[in-house]
Design a protein around this ligand. Structure first.
Ligand SMILES: *[C@@H]1O[C@H](CO)[C@@H](O)[C@H](O)[C@H]1NC(C)=O
Ligand SMILES: *[C@@H]1O[C@H](CO)[C@@H](O)[C@H](O)[C@H]1NC(C)=O
Ligand SMILES: *[C@@H]1O[C@H](CO)[C@@H](O)[C@H](O)[C@H]1NC(C)=O
Ligand SMILES: *[C@@H]1O[C@H](CO)[C@@H](O)[C@H](O)[C@H]1NC(C)=O
Ligand SMILES: *[C@@H]1O[C@H](CO)[C@@H](O)[C@H](O)[C@H]1NC(C)=O
Ligand SMILES: *[C@@H]1O[C@H](CO)[C@@H](O)[C@H](O)[C@H]1NC(C)=O
Ligand SMILES: *[C@@H]1O[C@H](CO)[C@@H](O)[C@H](O)[C@H]1NC(C)=O
Ligand SMILES: *[C@@H]1O[C@H](CO)[C@@H](O)[C@H](O)[C@H]1NC(C)=O
Ligand SMILES: *[C@@H]1O[C@H](CO)[C@@H](O)[C@H](O)[C@H]1NC(C)=O
Length: 467
């Protein structure tokens, strides 16, 4: 009898210890106390490339500086960036990247884990899962997290309903990303995770898709059906230094980054940061703002920001702005063309460079109009008016993700690459799937409109398919 009781006691103790191991935050402030055994990890992803998308890599570099200052170690910060900005021939400050008009260099010291052709959806998934054998290229760093660890993920780029862009196709699709998070959850290799996402329609990545029982808390720049915004753009207030022909940041991103620059992260909670960022991203309630959203395990938001970002002494010389007044902004999808025009009109380019830039602007504008017109026309043929609307809050974009991807490939095969711009139309493709339009119908409709179109640089056979 005594032996039996002893065994029960032992089992109970063991169970308590196990649950303690998987949820240490309930008991102590984990790695904030010396001797704690919890590591802070971070994955930072800039999903675009090109000088006219300067701002996304600038945001990511700025985030690195905050985490580094906060005490995270380089071995635990994994950075995805194309890395074509600092040395870009159009960069007025060679070797330097800034993220606000009076800001200091944010490029120095940033680890180059996955650059150029290795900034891919597959590498992003492998890094999150700590799956070294799933990697192609890069530094080989992965989130090799343990049960008590905290993980911070920050993504900045273009997106569209149901997806996030990366510079190498195919893109990150919401269902695949959520599946990766579920796998990570099932592996029991973290305590809690916080994800910040800047992209158009970023709410659609999580809306109706992210379970609340995975200890993952998310904020997004926009809801499931609106744009997010670039800021610090030439010709706007506040402007970048006059020699810059491109935007330096994005509204949601600089809102949290500059908040982390000035606040005491040991006392500010994630909820407080969310409220500050939400207010600033509303942009004085103008149409040129977006609605910051929260998803997942809400109670995580009452932890302090320092649990994920660390806490260092703010560098006040870097002069964060934190303006709550209206900010000049440009729609993410128009920001690159806007920057190209600004550069064309006022910068001191060589005559040949000007000719090339104008040609590029014309080609991009023509292709975008082709994408918009053909999809509008296909939509008119294949979808009834009542099937074009946005699904209500709490519903996923689409039920059959393979159907969505297949619709996208079918369109691109006939009409050319959607490009990061054209991903704004994915809700139309999703609605086709939700309403029983077949691949054959899509194939016929695309062929009818695009068989005489010359795809040029947008041929998916060379650039790849978005899905
Ligand atoms: C702390 O973590 C390290 C590495 O994950 C592990 O080897 C060690 O056993 C842990 N120590 C305790 C006391 O849990
Ligand atoms: C940028 O140029 C510097 C100096 O020439 C060089 O050391 C560095 O490797 C270059 N970086 C990239 C990403 O090309
Ligand atoms: C940048 O600094 C200059 C000089 O200190 C100041 O006049 C200007 O208002 C600052 N710009 C912003 C956007 O803070
Ligand atoms: C790691 O990635 C490879 C390639 O994608 C995959 O085959 C394998 O199942 C993954 N392993 C784990 C543990 O996720
Ligand atoms: C996440 O992991 C927890 C703990 O193992 C488990 O209770 C929960 O069901 C998992 N959630 C999902 C959506 O798999
Ligand atoms: C954190 O949030 C939970 C759920 O919203 C709440 O019950 C709890 O009191 C909060 N804890 C703190 C320290 O604010
Ligand atoms: C603070 O920013 C200034 C430039 O604004 C820079 O020269 C200095 O190195 C920074 N200090 C730290 C500790 O990062
Ligand atoms: C906010 O917008 C209102 C008009 O709706 C305007 O009167 C006010 O000046 C704006 N505030 C700032 C700080 O820009
Ligand atoms: C867009 O999404 C928001 C939040 O889910 C919702 O309140 C709004 O009604 C939606 N807009 C449309 C046009 O459906």
């Amino acid at each position: 009898m005594a032996a039996f009781h002893f065994a029960v006691l032992l089992l109970t103790l063991l169970a308590v210890q196990l649950s303690e191991a998987s949820r240490p935050s309930l008991f102590a402030s984990t790695n904030d106390t010396p001797g704690g055994n919890s590591t802070k990890w971070a994955v930072l992803v800039a999903g675009s490339n090109g000088y006219f998308n300067y701002r996304h890599q600038a945001d990511i570099c700025h985030a690195y500086q905050i985490l580094k200052r906060g005490g995270l170690k380089d071995e635990n910060i994994i950075v995805f960036m194309y890395d074509d900005i600092a040395n870009n021939s159009m960069n007025p400050r060679p070797g330097v990247i800034i993220n606000s008009p009076n800001g200091s260099d944010v490029y120095a010291g940033v680890p180059k884990d996955y650059t150029g052709e290795y900034v891919t959806a597959a590498n992003f998934y492998a890094v999150l899962l700590g799956n070294s054998s799933g990697l192609t290229g890069g530094s080989g760093k992965v989130v090799a997290s343990q049960p008590g660890d905290k993980i911070f993920v920050y993504f900045a780029d273009h997106g569209g309903p149901g997806l996030l862009c990366v510079p190498n196709l195919p893109y990150i699709y919401a269902n695949d990303f959520i599946e990766v998070l579920k796998t990570k959850n099932a592996s029991g290799t973290y305590d809690e995770m916080v994800i910040y996402v800047e992209a158009c329609e970023s709410g659609s990545i999580f809306e109706g898709l992210l379970p609340e029982d995975m200890n993952i808390y998310v904020t997004t720049a926009s809801n499931a059906n609106e744009s997010s915004w670039g800021t610090y753009c030439p010709g706007m207030i506040p402007p970048p230094p006059p020699e810059f022909g491109t935007c330096l940041g994005d509204l949601y991103s600089v809102s949290w980054l500059e908040d982390s620059d000035v606040e005491d992260l040991n006392t500010e909670t994630l909820e407080e940061q969310y409220l500050n960022v939400k207010l600033r991203t509303l942009n004085n309630n103008t149409a040129e703002g977006s609605h910051v959203m929260q998803y997942g395990t809400q109670c995580i938001s009452n932890e302090t920001v320092s649990v994920y970002q660390g806490a260092g002494t703010p560098n006040l010389t870097s002069n964060p702005i934190q303006s709550l007044g209206s900010m000049g902004v440009v729609d993410q999808r128009a920001a690159d063309l806007y920057s190209m025009w600004q550069t064309y009109e006022k910068s001191a380019l060589e005559p040949q460079q000007k000719i090339d830039l104008l040609k590029e602007i014309k080609e991009i504008t023509t292709h975008r109009a082709h994408v918009d017109n053909t999809i509008e026309s296909i939509k008119g043929e294949l979808l009834d008016q009542e099937h074009m609307s946005v699904r209500g809050a709490g519903s996923a974009l689409v039920d059959d993700w393979d159907c969505l991807k297949s619709m996208i490939r079918t369109y691109e095969a006939h009409c050319g690459s959607l490009t990061q711009y054209g991903m704004k139309h994915t809700r139309t493709f999703a609605n086709m799937c939700n309403n029983g339009v077949t691949q054959e119908e899509m194939d016929e409709a695309s062929k009818a409109r695009c068989s005489s179109y010359s795809m040029g640089q947008w041929n998916p056979a060379t650039v790849g398919y978005s899905a």
